[in-house]
Design a protein around this ligand. Structure first.
Ligand code: ZN
Length: 241
């Protein structure tokens, strides 16, 4: 496994939840990873499973390899998170988990959802930006190394969102909105944009007018790679409002 930089362990759930990942398996995984020259290990977890004991053990087994823990906060607004995204945890749970990560020397990656069902375009942009601001301010107070992963919503088959989409009651965010959020978050802290929706049929993922989709997507990919905000300066299209 030499030559591998970063290992992302996505288990579609909580890596620190004993019921999903038995403690002995978790220990084994971290122990194995700790013996390779990795630049970073990333796991995801709901906040309530992020305890000092579990994170400390992971850090100990990983040795010098930095550990990042991803949390799907989605929105800093308890009402939006509960009503539209149904995450089932509140800001105080997120803040407790952040404090644990800070105390144990881990890093944090926070997922922010752009345009959940129930939010109009401009409200969605504002919510994503204010969520980023909240996250970076909290991280700053805690001295916690933090990245934000902006996740623009796409319409996956077989979901309640698809029903709304097919009924004409929902459209994914405009690609210009994605650019707008990235521009506003850039000066606050490290931001990456999730572009995993590619391959879906048009209109199920964030789009422009059709003419500009390609150049905006490419600019977002370039931004992820270079973190150069000036990439967006030369972008334009008649559809941009
Ligand atoms: Zn356009």
């Amino acid at each position: 496994m030499s030559g591998i930089g970063e290992v992302d362990l996505y288990n579609s759930g909580s890596f620190f939840a004993d019921e999903e990942m038995p403690p002995e398996v978790r220990t084994h995984v971290f122990k194995c990873l700790g013996s390779f020259p990795l630049s970073r290990v990333l796991v995801e977890s709901r906040p309530e499973f992020i305890t000092s004991e579990r994170v400390e053990e992971a850090r100990r087994l990983l040795g010098n390899i930095p550990l990042e823990v991803g949390i799907g906060l989605e929105s800093a607004d308890d009402d939006i998170r509960e009503r539209f995204i149904r995450k089932g945890f509140d800001r105080s749970a997120f803040e407790s988990a952040s404090a644990v990560l800070s105390e144990t020397g881990a890093g944090m990656v926070v997922n922010i959802l752009l345009k959940p069902l129930g939010l109009e375009e401009s409200a969605a942009v504002d919510d994503a930006v204010s969520t980023g601001r909240y996250v970076f301010e909290l991280a700053g107070r805690l001295g916690l190394s933090t990245r934000v992963a902006l996740q623009p919503v796409f319409v996956a088959p077989g979901t309640p969102l698809e029903t709304e989409f097919l009924a004409g009651r929902y459209l994914p965010p405009n690609l210009w909105s994605v650019v707008e959020v990235v521009r506003r978050l850039h000066c606050m802290g490290e931001t990456v944009v999730g572009l995993s929706e590619e391959g879906l049929e048009p209109k199920r993922s964030p789009a422009g007018c059709g003419k500009c989709d390609g150049i905006i997507r490419q600019a977002l990919r370039d931004y992820n790679r270079t973190k150069n905000i000036n990439i967006f300066d030369s972008l334009n299209c008649s559809c941009r409002s």
